[in-house]
Write a new protein. Sequence first.
Length: 104
Amino acid sequence: MNWYYQTLNPEAGEALAEVKKSNVAVLPILVPAASDGIRNALAVQVSESVSAIMELNNRLAGTKTPDEVTRLVRRREATDRRIDQLVYELYGLTDAEVAIVEPT
């Protein structure tokens, strides 16, 4: 979404660029139909994974030992990669399309 937003937003990259409702409104946010069981299941997995990242961030804020920080950061990174894969599947992206939006 970040890549897409920056592509559409004329202020992207500017210092103090403002997030405007009109720019966000055009983002292609998929809301699965109630009858679309597969997409609904993927959307639930994305939501659960986002919640897991938020919990990991909370735990990281209170962690003091370097080993625990490393372990939590690795779990957060793995969960973030999982979210990416779920979103690619949810939107039906091809490998070529994923290559466009993935940082190199």
